[in-house]
Write a protein that binds this ligand. Structure first.
Ligand SMILES: [Cu+2]
Length: 365
């Protein structure tokens, strides 16, 4: 009797937890309500099956309890029962899976009038690229990637020149305009996820993945990386801002195109090495782990770092100079400062890029 009551309490408690839980969906901000429906269908089917099984268990435990004069009967085969259970399970599984197939088909069938934006993930930051006035994204090659060309755009491709590059973790979208998002990763698996949009996609090095959506509400929504991608994974966040069409056009017009960024980099190459270093730090994602305002991060803050004496994890002390910084960038595990995990990947930078980065870090001291 006590076990039957315990089973009933577990069943009732689970249902109460589900219906009274404060952890429910955020208000939806895209056209993908169909994903909420498929989850609801899953809840209903699994909820009904769960309730029936808990009731049946409690009933059986009570009815077939050990009593004087009652003996168990050995009945290993029941064709009829097996048939009904198999059919019932088959129908349940089909009902669970089929809606998802239809939802997926529309998720990857992009409408003709969709705008485009490319999302590039790297440890541990997001970069975005719009096609510019010609509406076509320039072709890219991984070997073209440098500090000045973080997307690896093909310099000979005329479509790439007017591409608009965003390196500040904030993606803007136009309200009610369907948009196709293309995804690339520079290093490891990442996953672009905006809970309010009910939309996410894996980003796989060497592949371009995609989905499309229509933002249906203006506002600022959080972007998360939903694929464990290293020690800074928790910090791989950003925002999508959905603007009214007019605001979106104003914002887009303020952004620089690829040729403009190149020209700006060209100017700063001759005049200000530190400026160039700041561009490299942003495009290489250094800011994901190193702050420039002294706040704690995965790695040491760059504020007042140059010229400081640090203690290494072996107990030795070292002066943070150009030589030490360069080694720490190209071979981060050669010397670990006490209190930090050996989690930084090595960066393959040219001597000029290293000089620029060091000049930038030095300028913060
Ligand atoms: Cu990630």
């Amino acid at each position: 009797m006590r076990i039957a009551i315990a089973l009933l309490l577990v069943g009732v408690g689970t249902l109460l937890f589900h219906f009274l839980s404060p952890w429910w969906w955020t208000p939806i901000a895209s056209n993908w309500g169909v994903f909420d429906q498929t989850i609801l269908i899953t809840f209903v089917i699994t909820g009904v099956v769960f309730t029936v099984i808990m009731l049946f268990l409690a009933y059986s435990v009570y009815t077939y309890r050990n009593r004087e004069g009652h003996t168990a009967v050995y009945e290993p085969e029941s064709k009829k029962l097996e048939l009904w259970l198999s059919l019932g399970t088959a129908v349940g599984v089909i009902a669970l899976l089929t809606p998802g197939l239809f939802a997926w088909a529309s998720y990857v069938t992009v409408p003709e009038d969709a705008a485009q934006v490319e999302v590039v993930g790297q440890q541990w930051t997001w970069n975005y690229r719009y096609p510019g006035a010609d509406g076509v994204l320039g072709t890219t090659k991984i070997t073209n990637i440098t500090g000045d060309n973080p997307f690896g755009i093909d310099l000979d491709d005329p479509f790439g020149a007017d591409d608009i590059l965003i390196a500040n973790n904030e993606l803007h979208m136009e309200l009610d305009q369907p948009i196709k998002l293309l995804f690339r990763s520079k290093d490891v698996l990442h996953n672009f996820y905006v809970p309010h949009f009910r939309a996410k996609m894996d980003m796989v090095p060497g592949m371009v993945t995609f989905f499309w959506m229509t933002p249906t509400r203006t506002g600022k929504f959080e972007v998360l990386c939903a694929e464990l991608c290293g020690t800074g994974h928790y910090n791989m966040r950003g925002h999508v801002v959905v603007d009214e069409p007019e605001d979106f056009r104003i914002w887009l017009a303020e952004q620089s195109t690829f040729v403009e960024t190149l020209a700006a980099a060209g100017i700063s190459t001759g005049n200000d090495l530190a400026d160039q270093g700041r561009d490299i730090a942003q495009s290489r994602g250094c800011m994901g782990c190193h702050s420039i305002d002294g706040s704690a991060g995965v790695g040491p803050s760059w504020l007042a770092l140059y010229g400081k004496t640090e203690t290494l994890d072996g107990g030795d002390t070292v002066l943070v100079d150009a030589e030490f910084l360069k080694t720490s960038i190209t071979d981060p595990n050669a010397a670990i400062v006490d209190g930090y995990a050996p989690s930084m990947p090595p960066y393959d930078l040219t001597e000029e890029e290293l000089d620029a980065l060091v000049a930038y870090i030095r300028s913060l001291s």
